[in-house]
Design a protein around this ligand. Sequence first.
Ligand SMILES: Cc1cc2nc3c(=O)[nH]c(=O)nc-3n(C[C@H](O)[C@H](O)[C@H](O)COP(=O)(O)OP(=O)(O)OC[C@H]3O[C@@H](n4cnc5c(N)ncnc54)[C@H](O)[C@@H]3O)c2cc1C
Length: 215
Amino acid sequence: MEFNKITRGANRAIEHEATVFEILDAGFMCHLSFIFNNTPQIVATAYGRDGHILYLHGSAKNWHLNEIIKQDEICISVTYLDGIVLARSLFDTGVNYRSVVLHGKAVLVTEEAERLHALEVFTNQVMPGRWQEVPVGNAQQLKGTMVVKFEIEKASCKLRNEGPKGDEHLTNIVWSGHIPLQQITLTPIADSKFETQPLSESVKNYIKKHSSLEK
Ligand SMILES: Cc1cc2nc3c(=O)[nH]c(=O)nc-3n(C[C@H](O)[C@H](O)[C@H](O)COP(=O)(O)OP(=O)(O)OC[C@H]3O[C@@H](n4cnc5c(N)ncnc54)[C@H](O)[C@@H]3O)c2cc1C
């Protein structure tokens, strides 16, 4: 993996592939951007990572997926807001975050075995183990689904994970510090269309992993 040079705040730059992967594996939502008719476009979508590849999927008529496969290069970003940093001055106030920006080419996946592999990777990134619990869908749904693979060619990565900095010399008296932020699960709500079933393993595991604060 090649790394893009970070200019501003370069002290927060991490040129470490494992850290990029760790951030990508912390969730499944990205923003992908590309140029269409000289106009910048950006859209939120989900992904599943397999090595240096991010798999994307959508309807075969999906506009952005059909556009990105025509482009030489697209850009994908993933960001987590981890906290609000409140210093003794507003100038030194900021946020804790993990952020990755990726560049590469998006290619249509046509081979059926890889399409299924991609959907498995994608599903298990969203909810590990769910692929084993429910069927994919019928042949028509599969036919109407487009799978795209994005190979990471260049990456950049920035992290901040600490309290206020730069205000050490200030003498004003006020609370300062940082407020960690975390996304957690609340009580799951069973589908009212069906008789309620016990939580499946994937759901139980997900809740266990994401329900409590400060792991
Ligand atoms: C967390 C998250 C995960 C998602 N995961 C997937 C996924 O895995 N696969 C998938 O196909 N779709 C996903 N979506 C929906 C996705 O954002 C698009 O809305 C959808 O893919 C349709 O894309 P399109 O290019 O065909 O839309 P079009 O309707 O053709 O797009 C035309 C224009 O509509 C606007 N637009 C489109 N989508 C959005 C949006 N989400 N918010 C605001 N404006 C929008 C933009 O201006 C865009 O240029 C996800 C959305 C979110 C928020």
